[in-house]
Design a protein around this ligand. Structure first.
Ligand SMILES: Cc1ncc(COP(=O)(O)O)c(C=O)c1O
Length: 441
């Protein structure tokens, strides 16, 4: 095969325009370690772990294929309802060992969107079974991303066109502003702001009616704007407000779980105490579809029966693959590598801050970003066309990058080496300079 995909293909791609198809869409045919190869055999450094960021252990891991093969040959499938399987029970045990805070019970779904749906369903079941039947609203943040399904999509702020095409949505989606100090939505400055982005949750709750609100959901570190971590007090303040009004707090760890940010879960950076977490991506490193919800004993104990059934819930093959994947993450010390190489990567990004367009560089572990601006003083937004031109040029040079807001974002496999970082910084130096020339900066 050495043909790009075009409009004659019978396949429908996600979020890919007719125009892009006309130009021809790259077909990725193979992956090995931190690199993937296209239809012409050209190699790319994969700086976002398959673009949507799941491939924590790197491409081409035969151990994972073997784990899936062995489980398929033993028991490929059985119902998650009224029956159990060893891989699902073992994965839940393992998760209880590594999950943050008091998260102790788990159910597994097919992906992150389903995990978010299920967490909201669990929250409703929790409230209803305690006789609290009026809570149907979900509070999230305007810069959030929580997936593409019914309940999650109403909490999805950052890609308005993905939410708006599904409108009218189920009622109950409520938003507050996101933490984003570099371009604060409240025009305040930390610490004088007194963390208004968290404290204003209370005002929203009082406006909406405290007894109508089921959950607050937020990503531990947010993908909108590019890998944005809130200040250290943020999650404690949110927790306090949720407790005051009997609202459950869900931390979405779909991107950040399994070592992405230099801790097994990003919740640990804040010592946050969620009632539930959602996860996917790094759970199987993308080798098979799997998402999950973890909750505290207190949440699970209140639910007599979770009236919920997906054919592929608690799937034995996916669960066994996840167990092997977590074993690799642990034995190869990939969480530690994420922290160590992440620091080296961040140092490399710091070396670019003299560029007039580089507004802020940031990151935890191997989730990093460069937030660009047209004017360092005013922090004016940077054009999407410029980000796209830089991404195209990087691709020509053999590196796959992606944008988020005004930022270029990096979430490479956790096996990344220093030499890969050096190669990336060299490419960044070149593409940033070229784009600045184009913009006359
Ligand atoms: C924080 C977060 N939650 C949920 C999802 C949805 O996950 P999936 O794409 O696996 O359905 C994503 C996807 O990127 C995500 O980043």
């Amino acid at each position: 095969m050495n043909k790009k995909m075009n409009e004659s293909s019978h396949l429908i791609l996600h979020r890919t325009s007719k125009d892009e198809l006309k130009k021809g869409v790259t077909v990725i045919t193979r992956g090995e370690g931190v690199r993937v190869f296209d239809q012409d055999g050209k190699s790319y450094l994969d700086l976002n772990s398959g673009i949507t960021r799941p491939v924590h252990v790197g491409h081409g891991r035969k151990e994972l294929a073997q784990a899936a093969y062995d489980q398929m040959s033993t028991l490929a499938y059985f119902s998650p309802c009224g029956f159990s399987s060893e891989p699902a029970m073992n994965l839940a045990d393992k998760m209880a060992e590594i999950a943050p805070a008091a998260i102790n019970r788990f159910v597994f779904e097919c992906d992150g969107s389903e995990a978010v749906e299920t967490s909201m369903k669990i929250a409703k079941a929790y409230h209803q079974m305690r006789g609290d039947k009026g809570r149907f609203k979900v509070i999230s943040r305007e810069g959030a991303y929580h997936g593409v399904n019914g309940l999650g999509v109403r909490a999805l702020g950052v890609v308005p066109m993905m939410r708006q095409i599904m409108e009218p949505l189920a009622p109950g989606g409520v938003f507050i502003k996101s933490p984003y100090c570099y371009r604060c939505p409240h025009n305040l400055t930390y610490p004088n702001c007194d963390v208004a982005c968290a404290r204003l949750l209370e005002e929203r709750i009082l406006f909406e009616g405290p007894d109508q609100i089921s959950v607050f959901i937020g990503e531990a570190i947010q993908q909108g704007f590019g890998a944005y971590a809130p200040v250290k007090e943020y999650w404690d303040i949110i927790r306090e407000i949720c407790d005051k009004y009997g609202i459950l707090m869900i931390i979405d760890e779909v991107i950040t779980g399994f070592g992405r940010t230099g801790k097994m879960f990003a919740t640990e950076h804040f010592n946050a105490k969620p009632d539930m977490i959602t996860m996917a991506k790094g759970l199987t490193s993308g080798y098979l579809p799997l998402g999950g919800v973890g909750c505290t004993d207190a949440v699970q104990d209140s639910i007599e029966v979770l009236n919920h059934l997906h054919t592929y819930g608690n799937h034995p093959v996916s669960c066994q693959t996840a167990i092997k994947n977590i074993e690799i993450i642990e034995t190869e010390k990939l969480v530690e590598n994420s922290e160590k190489i992440g620091r080296y990567f961040l140092d490399g990004l710091e070396s670019l801050t003299d560029h007039p367009s580089v507004g802020e560089v940031r990151g935890k572990g191997l989730w990093l970003a460069i937030d660009f601006t047209m004017d360092k003083k005013t922090r004016a937004n940077y054009p999407g066309t410029s980000l796209n031109r830089m991404i195209s040029l990087a691709m020509e040079k053999g590196a796959l990058m992606k944008s988020m807001g005004c930022a270029l974002e990096f979430a490479p496999p956790l096996i990344l080496a220093k030499s890969d970082v050096d190669e990336t910084i060299e490419i960044l130096e070149e593409i940033i300079s070229k784009e600045e020339k184009e913009l006359g900066l």
